[in-house]
Structure formats: C-alpha cells, structure tokens
Design a protein around this ligand. Structure first.
Ligand code: SF4
Length: 244
C-alpha cells in the first residue's frame, strides 16, 4: 500500500491560515469562531445567523482543505474521508466540496471485516515523514486553539486569548454570549462532541484510551514546528479559504 498525504499536514495549514485570519479579526476587535467542526458551524449558521456572518472563520475545515489539496494534486482520483464524524457526511455535500465519499471508522471496520482485511497485516511501503503534533492534536478539545496559538508564537506576535467550548451545550452557551457582546476572548473554538473528535459518534476506541495512545505516539514523533511542517509538506502557499 502506498502512503497517503497525512491529514495533520493540512491541519497545520488550517491552523496557520486561521491565525492569519484571526489577526485581522483581532485588529478590528471582532472575535472569531473556528471552522473545523461542521456540527458547530451548522449551529452557528442556523441558530446564530448574525454571528455566522460577522464572526465565522472563512478557512476551510480540515476535511475540506485536505480534499481540495488532494483533488488539486490528483484530479482524476476519488476522495474518501474516513473519520469519527457523521456531521461530515452533510458537510461533504456542500457546493464547495472536493470530497466524494465520507466513511466513519465504524463503517470502515465493517468493510474490513466483510472483506477479511486485517489492517495490522497491511504493508505500507513508505510511511513517509510525520507532521507536527499540533496537527494530530486537532482531534482533542482545545487542540485547534493550541495550534493557532502556536502559529502565533512562531510568528513572534503578541499572544491572543481563546476559549475552547467542549461539547454542544458549551458551544451554544458561548455563542449566546457572543451574540450579546459578552464573549471576551479573541477566538472561540467549538467542538460539538465532548472531548473533541476522539469522542465522535463513529469512533471505534474509547476517547480516553485514544487520548492516551495519541499522547504516547506524540512522544515518538519529533517535535516539528508548524513552519517546519508547512515547508516539509509543501502546503505553505496553498489557498484554503472558502470560495464559492
Ligand atoms: S467534534 Fe464531533 S461533530 Fe465536531 S467534527 Fe469532531 S466528531 Fe464531528
């Protein structure tokens, strides 16, 4: 099996692009919301239309950004996103999408079982290099904001303030505060699943176990900065703003 472009390399680009956008919001004194969770973005769009117009990030979500890059590099290939999220099935139908299909981990496991495929026995000829852990940690509540903060630190800019809303009720509460001008941080990270995507509805591993495993794996990968990852995976100048 050939190695594929790794999702965390584009997550790093999402963090970097979102930080550039945050700087503009901050200069205007307008808080910004993150784009990575389609459940959160839909809550914003449907229940807080004014905040959707005023506060939303126009950076593509990680899934949409990665699909755009893959379609750009391999226009004759189909794109399948595999993850823990059912909301991404709806997101993949938006008009700006480059995603052809979305599967959850549960669905993939069922396919493997049906076809008799044992993933641990599949040989990957070129595992490739590894991107920054800041990309891998997008899957946890607070991980997106931490990656955007790292992009800020690497540019030598003044730190900003953020709030990570963990779960749908917390997202709603913070958006309500934003609506009434009471949200006091520069950026609101919204994740509809409590704990983040590691606790998404289509996962096959308990969230705490996944978190522990990822923390262990992060120690084994080197500590690349966001800038090093952007250079390594040649994604630095790829445009991932939402365009209609
Ligand atoms: S937090 Fe849940 S709803 Fe949001 S992107 Fe992750 S898995 Fe999907």
């Amino acid at each position: 099996m050939k190695s594929a472009m790794k999702l965390p390399s584009v997550l790093i680009l999402v963090a970097d692009t979102e930080y550039a956008e945050l700087k503009e919001h901050k200069a205007e004194g307008i808080p910004m919301t993150t784009s990575c969770c389609p459940g959160f973005v839909n809550m914003l769009k449907i229940h807080f239309p004014d905040q959707y117009e005023k506060n939303k990030s126009t950076t593509l979500s990680p899934m949409m950004a990665l699909a755009k890059k893959l379609k750009h590099d391999h226009p004759d290939h189909g794109i399948v996103f595999i993850g823990p999220c059912v909301a991404k099935k709806q997101e993949a139908m938006e008009e700006t999408t480059a995603v052809d299909y979305v599967l959850t981990f549960e669905e993939l496991v069922a396919l493997f079982a049906a076809k008799g495929i044992v993933p641990s026995q599949v040989v990957v000829d070129n595992p490739g290099d590894y991107p920054s852990n800041f990309g891998r940690d997008f899957a946890h509540s607070g991980g997106v904001a931490a990656a955007v903060a790292e992009a800020c630190r690497e540019r030598g800019d003044e730190p900003f303030t953020f709030y990570a809303a963990n779960g749908a009720s917390e997202c709603k509460k913070q958006l309500m505060l934003m609506k009434f001008g009471k949200f006091n941080s520069n950026i609101l990270e919204g994740m509809c699943c409590e704990g983040g995507c590691v606790a998404g509805p289509g996962t096959i591993q308990d969230a705490n176990t996944a978190k522990g495993r990822m923390a262990k794996e992060n120690k084994e990968t080197d500590q690349k900065t966001i800038n090093e990852s952007l250079e390594l995976f040649k994604v630095k100048d790829f445009d991932i703003h939402i365009q209609k």
